[in-house]
Design a protein around this ligand. Structure first.
Ligand code: FES
Length: 177
């Protein structure tokens, strides 16, 4: 997985490998031929899986491939939390801070993680292990406060003790404990 930094200056479409084009084509084939754009989320997910994040260069490449306006692709990338618009750590921790979670300690959970990891909200630890972000409602308000690890694993009722266990467990799994 490449972890290049966000670029500055004029943006050009990223070159797509044959393997990436094959994966894109497989997604596009799921839709009627005039609706290739319906595969935009899948193509962005493929890019993110390969690169670790979705750069503007990658957005342009997806736009070119699907025949879409670059802004339309950018709107998708920026609307959904799961797309990383910059490189992130190995473990992306998204803490919900919408109202129901906020009323049950969501902000405190975020602050606790920030202290424990030594990063600001939105930051990544120096070792590249953890990125801490806040997020919108995850649809599990009854389990508040909740968080999502790497866009897939939902964690419920995240007390400070449970947050500590989670982070310490992940560090141990990486040989850091
Ligand atoms: S408000 Fe946090 S899951 Fe709904």
């Amino acid at each position: 997985m490449s972890q290049a930094s966000p670029s500055t200056g004029p943006v050009k479409p990223m070159a797509l490998s044959d393997a990436t084009r094959t994966r894109f084509a497989r997604e596009v084939a799921k839709y009627p031929s005039e609706q290739a754009q319906s595969a935009v989320m899948a193509c962005l997910s493929i890019v993110q899986h390969e690169q670790g994040w979705v750069s503007r260069e990658a957005e342009l490449a997806v736009a070119d491939y699907l025949g879409m306006a670059p802004m339309a692709v950018h709107e998708v990338t920026t609307f959904y939390n799961m797309y990383n618009q910059q490189p992130v750590g190995k473990y992306k921790l998204n803490v919900c801070t919408n109202l129901p979670c906020q009323l049950r300690g969501g902000n405190e959970a975020l602050a606790h993680l920030a202290r424990k990891l030594g990063v600001e909200m939105g930051g990544t630890t120096a070792d590249g292990m953890f990125t801490l972000q806040q997020c919108e409602c995850l649809g599990a308000c009854a389990d508040a406060p909740v968080m999502l690890v790497n866009d897939r694993n939902m964690c419920s009722f995240m007390s400070h003790d449970k947050l500590d266990q989670l982070v310490d467990g992940l560090k141990a799994a990486e040989g850091q404990a």
